[in-house]
Design a binder for this molecule. Structure first.
Ligand code: HEC
Length: 155
């Protein structure tokens, strides 16, 4: 496999003298010395960096990795798998269980009408979840994650 046999792949990426010949004509330049190629790499890098925050926040939210730990730390005490301590017949340990009840606490893709979100952002201490008496409190980052999870349709 020589450089010359793959010159169709190298067109525009390497200086012509490198693409056409090998041996004595090789100038020591590689495609990384080509300013066009360098700019192309830079373009890819910028494109990648600009897409990363978007993909992390929307496409890659995961119930098990991102949402479950928040719910288990802050909600399971009263809305978990243990039926004896469960409040309001609401269990949040299964993603489907948020939709099982007669009045589901989540309306997928409708953050404003999802009670789960309404209750965690409530200002009224009688309404806000987790209740202040539990000494549990969600961070704004955690609230953001839960909102995004509902906004993308509880994936
Ligand atoms: C210390 C116990 C406790 C914790 C912790 C707790 N809750 Fe609750 N939750 C309750 C009780 C009691 C009720 C029923 C009374 C009421 O609606 O305020 C309730 C009701 C709710 C409701 C309304 C249910 C319905 O059918 O309308 C939602 C939604 C809710 N909780 C979400 C959460 C979320 C989300 C968390 C965690 C971020 C959480 N709760 C943590 C005790 C708790």
């Amino acid at each position: 496999m020589t450089i010359a046999s793959h010159r169709h792949l190298l067109n525009g990426l390497v200086p012509t003298e490198v693409a056409l010949g090998s041996g004595p004509k090789f100038t020591g330049k590689t495609m990384f010395h080509n300013p066009g190629f360098f700019r192309f790499c830079l373009f890819l890098l910028i494109l990648y960096l600009s897409l990363v925050p978007f993909s992390l926040s929307v496409a890659e939210i995961s119930f098990n990795r991102d949402v479950l730990p928040i719910l288990s730390d802050n909600c399971f005490k009263c809305h978990g798998p243990d039926q004896r301590t469960r409040q309001a017949s609401l269990r949040l340990d299964l993603k489907e269980s948020t939709l099982w009840t007669e009045n589901p606490v989540i309306q997928p893709r409708d953050v404003g009408n999802s009670q789960l979100i309404v209750r965690i952002v409530a200002e009224d201490p009688m309404r806000v979840m987790p209740p202040p008496s539990s000494k549990l409190e969600l961070t704004s980052e955690q609230i953001k994650t839960l909102k995004q999870w509902v906004a993308v349709g509880i994936v």
